[in-house]
Ligand binder design. Sequence first.
Ligand code: IPM
Ligand code: MN
Length: 348
Amino acid sequence: PTSVRLAVIPGDGIGPEVVNEGLKVLNAAVGNEVSFETTEYDLGARLWHKTGETLPDSVLAEIRQHDVILLGAIGDPGVPSGVLERGLLLRLRFTLDHYVNLRPARLYPGVTSPLAPHVLENGLDFVVVREGTEGPYVGNGGAVRTGTPHEIATEVSVNTAFGIDRVVRDAFRRAAARPRKHLTLVHKHNVLTHAGHLWRRTVEAVNAEFPDVTTDYLHVDAATIFMVQNPGRFDVIVTDNLFGDIITDIAGAIAGGIGLAASGNINPDRSAAPSMFEPVHGSAPDIAGQGKADPTATVLSVGMLLEHIGLDKAAQKVEQAVAEDLAARGDRVRTTSEIGEAIASRLA
Ligand code: IPM
Ligand code: MN
């Protein structure tokens, strides 16, 4: 049996609870076929309170030695906003060059969407390829005249031809592999003229290499309207880091809630760095430790993780087990571990 080195970062709030269930399902899905060497890293609010550190260099170097990473959630009301986000989550995404932030949105049978049935006539099954290493997330900014009425704060969005080209190519590859073969660029080129045109030109240029993929363009504001009025029009969406952050929360909401939304922070070159899989939701401190969190988003992220490391059969089994669980779910309220166990037992 092959062996996979898995780094697990449970993180804050509900992170450890949902990760626990994700690992249960992972073990049930792979059986004896593959052995997982798991290392757990206690990063997040606890470490920061104890030592003031978010991600020590030595820990980052260790994490890098793994094949893949599973992360629960990062964020805590007792830590100043941005400290853990920048110092831990974004640092991992940036240093491991997770330029493809992959966020599928699919309405599973049995799941209730807040959208009216007629809006869902064309289905809801799309995937957002969110750029993960650039945009306004890079921290290229600052403030002057701080605390005065004339304070100026800037947050410069970084868009490189290299960074756009590689993520657009990835999105085209994914679109070409799907039945509908359609790619939508979401941006705001009527206002963000510099970056917007670079994105647009890149999509046009790469499209020449993928002639069977059809493309269109939406401004991000219009995209939010379509997302709630005709989500079936979307197949693959490619967009920048911040627009992608925003529209994937809408995507999660319309596909049955953020408790089901999975994601991968992917570096497609598996030999370059480990990719990291995590639920789209946050640490939800208000319900932490109560067994109320839905672990399904983490379980689906485990499915994406398995696919990324080439365990396609196990990945499909996980998705199938989740689909069955969702179809059978009804209105009964179950605890975090009840849901995890129900899904895992479908894999046994
Ligand atoms: C997400 C989160 C993060 C992001 C935050 C916590 C930094 O909202 O994964 O969508 O903005 O990317
Ligand atoms: Mn977000």
